[in-house]
Design a protein around this ligand. Structure first.
Ligand SMILES: CC(C)(COP(=O)(O)OP(=O)(O)OC[C@H]1O[C@@H](n2cnc3c(N)ncnc32)[C@H](O)[C@@H]1OP(=O)(O)O)[C@@H](O)C(=O)NCCC(=O)NCCS
Length: 217
């Protein structure tokens, strides 16, 4: 078979299976209903997606644009006291199903009942089953590896993996990162974003640097 026929066959097979794959993905990976709810509450930015089983504990958490949050990710954890006689919540909330009156006065426990919001930038990818502790910031363009437990802020464009998560590398060199953070492609109008060829970062930067800086949104 010549090259043209092989390519045509590959294209037809791809086209044929595309619909099935799309339906499969929608059913098993993407939680479209949850995405809609999060967008409505202003938690999730445009073209960002959250997988099944992902939990966002604080409604003040903000996830930027073009983020890919995999399934079973925990964003924000809430906390229990570590210095009390017991870490059990029966000593700071009136919820014991056996003994009434265990709870300490409210002033002592109030901080344990509130989660802290997490701030996730734009173009962030968080891998499957990662945990991001309360109150942290994941910078624009960062990647968190599958299964990581993030205990510190992750700088922009860093790739952090492991338990506890450590930065193992950056997606681009320092100069490119600074340029990307300056042009903020994710804040550009739709038609500009649509004109970008994502696999040519230098080409994208040249186009974006010739444009006025987008307004902060
Ligand atoms: C973080 C990640 C993007 C890194 O990919 P990469 O840049 O190709 O990195 P490499 O595979 O070259 O790995 C670099 C090093 O990090 C380690 N590493 C990679 N991912 C890791 C992870 N999730 N946890 C711990 N270590 C990891 C590798 O073992 C390797 O270590 P070594 O140099 O000692 O051998 C990728 O490994 C990952 O975790 N992807 C998430 C997958 C996922 O959850 N997909 C869901 C779809 S949304």
């Amino acid at each position: 078979m010549n090259k043209f026929k092989t390519n045509l066959l590959a294209f037809l097979l791809y086209f044929y299976s595309k619909k099935k794959r799309k339906a499969f993905r929608a059913k098993h990976y993407r939680n479209a209903e949850y995405d809609r709810e999060l967008r409505k509450r202003g938690i999730l930015g445009r073209d960002s997606f959250v997988g099944f089983g992902t939990i966002i504990t604080d409604k003040r958490t903000r996830i930027g644009k073009f983020c890919s949050i995999a399934s079973n990710v925990m964003i924000g954890t809430t906390t229990h006291p570590t210095q009390f006689l017991s870490s059990s919540s029966v000593f700071y909330k009136d919820i014991s199903n056996v003994t009434e009156g265990l709870a300490l006065p409210r002033s002592k426990w109030v901080k344990y009942t509130f989660s802290q919001p997490v701030t996730i930038g734009n173009d962030v990818w968080i891998g499957r089953s990662a945990i991001v502790m309360d109150g942290l910031t994941i910078g624009d363009g960062a990647i968190v590896g599958a299964g990581a437990v993030v205990t510190h802020d992750v700088p922009p464009y860093a790739i952090a993996v492991g338990v506890p998560a450590r930065v193992i590398k950056y997606r681009f060199d320092e100069n490119t990162i600074q340029r990307l953070l300056k042009v903020r492609w994710w804040d550009q109008p739709d038609e500009v974003i649509a004109s970008l060829k994502a696999d040519d970062v230098e080409g994208c930067l040249k186009i974006l640097e010739a444009l006025p800086e987008p307004p902060v949104k």
